[in-house]
Design a protein around this ligand. Sequence first.
Ligand code: SF4
Length: 196
Amino acid sequence: MAEIYTVDEQIARVKTGEKKPRLLLHTCCGPCAAGTLANIAQYFEVTALYFNPNIMPRSEWEKRLDALKVVLKYFGDIPLVVPPQDDGQYLALVKGMEGLPEGGERCARCFDLRLSATAEYFAERRDDFDFFATTLTVSPHKNAALINEIGMRIAAYRAVPYLCSDFKKHDGFLKSTRLSKELGIYRQSYCGCRFD
Ligand code: SF4
């Protein structure tokens, strides 16, 4: 069975003097990045990756990216990667599932798409990162266990280590709302696809 890595374990190692791991962090928006980074930025060498072809319309995708840039600057100019993407990739994947409620199979595919792209980016640059993870688990509307299950499956397929998280812990979501207000960034009122 593949080894399971967790954010908390890695933080504990750094606290005992070990080198900070290099983390490729899939980021879905500024607020979720804010809540996550508030708890982990000091323990990892973070590179953020914004791959969210599920976010519609494009103007919304851009607004969330702009908010993310403000957050990354606040945490010390964390580098950002934005791979090519368009909503056609997402729409093809969830065709026929538009009417499903949030939290079902459509969302599982949506997580898979975003984490697969992150793992693919990692696999092409193996020497640059130690782990990948996602800010998606900071949301109280998202099932962290399901996201971690998908992340570990993709990690096994790509042979790149995934870091299990539940960024809601340690007041992650509360910190997300507080810091977003403090920074004056855009906070969306819907998940992304407009089917929810
Ligand atoms: S509700 Fe959110 S997670 Fe679910 S499919 Fe839509 S954008 Fe993706």
